[in-house]
Write a protein that binds this ligand. Structure first.
Ligand code: ARG
Length: 395
């Protein structure tokens, strides 16, 4: 009988490196690792490490374009920010990882998929619900949740088996992709304590940022960013460019006590320079192009969309329905926004749209005014009618 095959989502870190021999021993299986570049990964080094710790095959995928086009842009167009703070970097990456795991499992005829999530986080839910949506009869194994080893035990386990892995000396648990970086645990678990400077890697401290503001102009076509300062760019390059630029001005630091799906409150430190800048710019352009009612309703959809992404419900009809609504609202979100980046702040300094609802002739107080001032009188009369009636009759 051929040996059982398990596809393991492999980051190259201590947890998933120890998971390779652990799965091999406990399931008598061949381990195929799957590593996906979502923007920050050296695939060659990780591929080599996977073989060093005993994988029979190390699959690597460049998932950056897919991440941007199928996950980040829809979330940006939707305005999806969890609890008003978190642009959802990790949460948007997980369903894509689930998809690649499902594809690799199908291609190799694997019976099981394994991942390195703990039992306390959101990521286990996102990956497992995603895999369940995309596969049939594929088992999911979560070694870190099951094995009851702590970090010390893992290091010991690795040493016993001569695994060539150096445990990182990072003080925090981190995750990153193009849309942002997260840090948790360690000193960050005291919500009263300000995050130490070394919790941040992508952004400069705003106090140390340049004294002069920087301006950057972003073009959107139907709600999708397509150019920066007049230069057309693909999504991956555009986001990487804005991460550097906005990060150099201290933009994108987020310190949030967040409500996890599993019911725990957790202090999270995020850096999302590009996401923060792009959301601000996108919202700025929408103020020019959406009607009052569209804006109001879309706010609610944005919140719904953010919760759905956060809670691991990407592969649902509900998400596709919301996408359809959002896509309809983006038809005229075409134009440019000029942002000012300055010492940690990112504000819209100017906006122009190809088909704006903003109308100078209606807005101006100058001689060019086209608004019918007399019509206001009758409008207020009718508009205030129920107010007057109610106050007269009911006090
Ligand atoms: N709290 C964030 C989320 O749930 C980030 C999680 C980061 N994951 C990690 N394995 N460090 O989306």
């Amino acid at each position: 009988m051929p040996r059982k095959k398990i596809v393991l989502a492999y980051s190259g870190g201590l947890d998933t490196s120890v998971a390779v021999p652990w799965l091999k021993e406990n399931y008598d299986a061949d381990i195929i690792t799957c590593t996906i570049d979502l923007g920050m990964v050296d695939l060659e080094t990780i591929r080599q490490r996977a073989y060093d710790v005993g994988a029979v095959e190390a699959v690597t995928v460049d998932g950056r374009d897919t991440l941007v086009n199928e996950f980040l842009w829809p979330a940006l167009r939707a305005g999806a920010i969890y609890e008003g703070q978190y642009p959802l970097a990790t949460a948007l990456g997980r369903p894509l990882i689930a998809r690649y795991l499902a594809e690799v499992a199908a291609a190799h005829g694997a019976e099981a998929i394994a991942h390195g999530c703990t039992g306390k986080g959101n990521d286990q839910v996102r990956i497992e619900v995603g895999v369940a949506a995309l596969t049939q009869g594929v088992e999911v194994i979560a070694p870190i949740r099951d094995w009851g080893m702590n970090r010390q035990d893992e290091v010991e386990y690795a040493r016993e088996r001569n695994l060539p892995i150096a445990p990182s000396n990072s003080k925090f648990s981190t995750d990153e992709n193009l849309w942002g970086r997260s840090a948790e645990a360690g000193e960050l678990e005291d919500p009263w304590a300000e995050p130490p400077e070394d919790a941040y890697e992508w952004t400069i401290n705003p106090a140390a940022a340049p004294d002069a503001p920087a301006y950057v102009e972003i073009r959107f076509d139907e709600g999708v960013p397509t150019a920066v300062d007049g230069e057309s760019m693909g999504g991956v390059d555009l986001i990487a460019h804005l991460n550097r630029l906005a990060g150099a001005h201290g933009v994108g630091r987020i310190d949030h006590v967040e409500n996890r799906l599993v019911g725990i409150k957790s202090r999270e430190v995020y850096e999302s320079p590009a996401a923060v800048a792009l959301h601000a710019a996108h919202r700025g352009l929408e103020t020019m192009t959406l009607s009052r009612e569209q804006s109001r309703f879309k706010e609610r959809v944005a919140q719904e969309y953010a919760e759905l992404v956060y809670n691991g419900l990407w592969y649902t009809a509900h998400r596709r329905d919301l996408d359809a609504y959002v896509a309809a609202t983006q038809q005229h979100v075409t134009g440019e926004v000029r942002l000012r980046l300055h010492k940690g702040t990112c504000v819209v300094a100017g906006r122009r749209a190809e088909r704006p609802l903003y109308d100078y002739g209606l807005a101006t107080y100058d001689r060019a005014d086209e608004f019918d001032h007399n019509a206001a009188k009758g409008f207020i009369d009718i508009y205030g009618l129920p107010v007057r009636t109610q106050n007269r009759r009911q006090g």
